[in-house]
Design a binder for this molecule. Structure first.
Ligand SMILES: [Zn+2]
Length: 161
């Protein structure tokens, strides 16, 4: 999957979650909601830190050199690692926001032909699907996500639903 698809999917999941559980967010101020949103987007591109040409991986090339793409950083263990790592730096709600985006990323990577290894580095078992990165299906998927996200954001901002 392309970074932009992961972002749009992360945004879509966050908006749907927000609509379903909006009561949970009543305690937050607007700037906190915006921060939560930004952290979801960050989490949705973070797993590809293990790819030298990805949005995050470009900035920290050493990780792509040391780790296999869609290996450890696309595993359950990585989620646990990030949880404790970010907990040292951030408020719990922002850590959850990052992990929400992160898990959304791993979920759609499961439909990619390359797949992910959820139990890496202990087990090489892979979950994979039929779709190719930046292939026709991904392009259509990206387009549909854009339409839905614009619609959901419109409802949120202008109709305050
Ligand atoms: Zn990925």
């Amino acid at each position: 999957m392309m970074g932009k698809t992961h972002i749009m999917w992360g945004v879509f999941c966050a908006l749907v979650f927000y609509y379903l559980y909006s009561d949970l967010f009543l305690i937050f101020r607007l700037y906190e909601l915006i921060l939560i949103f930004i952290f979801v987007i960050f989490g949705s591109v973070l797993p590809d830190i293990d790819h030298g040409k990805s949005i995050v991986g470009r900035k920290i090339k050493i990780i792509a050199i040391l780790f296999e793409h869609r290996g450890f950083f696309h595993s359950i263990l990585a989620i646990v690692m990030w949880y404790f790592l970010f907990l040292l730096l951030l408020n719990k709600i922002y850590v959850y926001a990052i992990l929400f985006g992160y898990i959304s990323h791993l979920f759609i990577d499961c439909f990619n032909h390359y797949g992910i290894s959820p139990f890496a580095p202990f087990n090489k078992f892979k979950i994979k699907g039929p779709f190719y990165t930046n292939g026709f299906v991904e392009k259509i998927f990206f387009l549909i996500l854009n339409i839905f996200n614009i619609l959901l954001l419109f409802l949120l901002v202008f109709l305050n639903i």
